[in-house]
Structures are given as structure tokens and as C-alpha cells.
Design a protein around this ligand. Structure first.
Ligand SMILES: [Ca+2]
Length: 146
């Protein structure tokens, strides 16, 4: 009698999991102007065209070797990002100035955000240049110091 009850519970639990839809995360999401930082879902790194997470934004679920390859819906963010939020679930991220992280990188630890790319962060940049309107690639990775 006890064994039967356990079996029934097991079937119900299994059935509940089977009913969940298998949803893959979208590789890219468009963040309409005004949606702000809270619109960046868990698992994504998000970039906005203006400081303080304003203007239009793009969320990326994966690494992106060159924003030049993006479709028209998302390509506006190339050389336009002025704020960023790493809402990734597992990894830190490094942004590159050109494709494939060429031209130096700036690191954003998991869970961190930069409200103003135009001030405060010049590390990894070409001398005399900052990061505002300069990001064109990114890669999720594990930074040893994050
Ligand atoms: Ca900008």
C-alpha cells in the first residue's frame, strides 16, 4: 500500500515536468525606449543607447563576436552603447571595441551595471579613448577577479 502511494506521487511529479513547455531563450531581445534596466531578463547582458539605461536597448543571451552581423532591429547598438547591465546567470562579460574583442576590452562582472559609460571607466581602452559609443562585441567568460 505504501509503495503504491509513492509510485503515484512519482508519476504526478514526472507528469508536471512533462507539461512544462520547452522554451529556449531568445538569442536577442529588443528593449523599447523607456523600458529601463528592469526590462533586462535574467541570463542576458543588456546595452542601452543612452546613459542610465535609457533609450532603446538590446539584450543578448549569448556571446556576440561582432555587432556588425546583427539584423537591423538590433544593429543600432553597435558603437552606440552608453550604459550596460550584466544580468547573466553564470558568467562575467568582456566588451570589445571592435569585432572579436579587438581593440581592448572592458569587464563587467556578473550582476554589475554601468550607468555611464562616458565617465569613470577607461580601463582596457586605447589611451585617450573611453568606452562610450565604442562597444562592438562581447563575450561571456569567468573573470578571475570578479
Ligand atoms: Ca550612446
Amino acid at each position: 500500500m505504501i509503495l503504491t502511494a509513492v509510485s503515484v506521487v512519482g508519476v504526478l511529479v514526472a507528469g508536471a515536468f512533462v507539461r512544462l513547455p520547452a522554451q529556449a531563450a531568445a538569442a536577442y531581445i529588443y528593449l523599447p525606449s523607456g523600458s529601463g534596466k528592469s526590462a533586462c531578463p535574467l541570463g542576458y547582458v543588456c546595452l542601452w543607447e543612452h546613459s542610465e539605461f535609457t533609450g532603446r536597448g538590446v539584450g543578448f543571451y549569448n556571446s556576440q563576436a561582432w555587432y556588425e552581423d546583427l539584423s537591423a532591429t538590433y544593429k543600432f547598438i553597435q558603437n552606440a552603447a552608453s550604459s550596460a547591465y550584466n544580468h547573466g546567470q553564470y558568467n562575467d562579460i568582456r566588451f570589445g571595441r571592435f569585432g572579436s574583442l579587438d581593440g581592448g576590452t572592458i569587464v563587467l562582472c556578473k550582476g554589475d551595471a554601468i550607468a555611464y559609460l562616458n565617465i569613470g571607466r577607461n580601463d582596457g581602452a586605447i589611451p585617450g579613448l573611453g568606452w562610450n559609443d565604442e562597444i562592438s562585441s562581447h563575450q561571456f567568460f569567468a573573470a578571475p577577479y570578479c
